[in-house]
Design a binder for this molecule. Structure first.
Ligand code: G1P
Length: 298
């Protein structure tokens, strides 16, 4: 792959959002899990805003049945907008604006069967075309001064190729992640020598694990096309990425920020507390209330 190809601008993001969200039933019986809110904003909107901050121009949602609320969420809510305009509710009008995607900047495709993350990403191939692209898993919420994907795009402009966001996890948790065989380190970048999806604790090459942020070259699509099954019998993105190693540069980025696993109830509650406390309008009351709660005064 030529240097030129590896340095094309990252314009498109893919959100794999077809999952059933069974860990959050009954909340997710009718509502997509990506519409669950941290404080007052759906997880998927945090993901869209992080992508926007990173300069992304086109947003691809790989959805499934029952996920229509997301498409509505990013549309113009005409009646609501008109009512707020008539009542001169400026702050609320602004909030609605932030939750809109401009006409022609989003695409929705369906992953018709739950065949794995690699398959979900492959479903976006026609829209992404022959271009580098980003992937964000909205379950992984990253609280950071500069968005995690913006940090990755900055690194990408230096080194090109493929980049995954990584952090060390406790050794007993590696079986839940894609794990790196790390090579040379340069600043926050770690060369990726190998990748293994959901290894057994005793077989993990390190504790450096992928969180849900990727910048990938389009060569991944022809690999995923083969439909090879990996961990859990699924078509794994990590296995596809492993086959990219040795071609274009491949790095892990130790990002600045705190990641909350919102696919897990405890992580989700933790995120709500952290984001609540980071919001000046809420922290003034919530902070003391939380302190009182922790001190046993309900
Ligand atoms: C997916 C990926 C895994 C990655 C993780 C990050 O796993 O397959 O490589 O480390 O996301 O959250 P999942 O959480 O969908 O099981």
């Amino acid at each position: 792959m030529s240097i030129e190809t590896t340095r094309k601008k990252v314009r498109t993001v893919v959100f794999p959002v077809a999952g059933l969200g069974t860990r959050f039933l009954p909340a997710t019986k009718v509502i997509p899990k990506e519409m669950l809110t941290v404080v007052d904003k759906p997880l998927i909107q945090y993901a869209v805003e992080e992508a926007r901050e990173a300069g992304i121009e086109h947003f691809v949602f790989v959805t499934g049945r029952g996920k229509g609320a997301m498409e509505d969420h990013f549309d113009l809510a005409f009646e609501l907008d008109a009512t707020l305009q008539a009542r001169n509710k400026l702050a609320e009008i602004e909030l609605l604006k932030e939750s809109r995607l401009l006409p022609g900047t989003s695409s929705f495709v369906r992953q018709q069967e739950p065949l794995g993350l690699g398959h979900a990403v492959w479903c976006a191939r026609d829209i992404v075309g022959d271009n580098p692209f980003a992937v964000i898993l909205p379950d992984d919420l990253v609280h950071a001064e500069k968005g995690c994907l913006a940090q990755m795009v900055e690194a990408y402009e230096q080194v090109g190729g493929n980049i995954v966001a990584v952090e060390n996890v406790p050794r007993e948790d590696v079986y839940r992640y894609g794990v790196l065989s790390p090579g040379a380190e340069k600043g926050a970048l770690v060369e990726v020598k190998g990748l293994v999806e959901k290894p057994k604790v005793e077989e993990a090459p390190s504790t450096l694990s992928i969180i849900g942020r990727y910048i990938l070259q389009p060569g991944i699509f022809s690999i995923l096309e083969k439909g090879q099954r990996g961990a859990g019998g699924e078509i794994q993105l990590t296995d596809g990425m492993a086959q990219l190693i040795g071609g274009a540069p491949f790095h892990g980025l130790r990002f600045d920020g705190t990641r909350y696993d919102c696919g897990d109830k405890v992580g989700f509650l933790h995120a709500n507390v952290a984001y609540g406390l980071a919001r000046p309008d809420i922290a003034a009351k919530f902070g003391p209330a939380l302190k009182g709660f922790l001190a046993g005064k309900l």
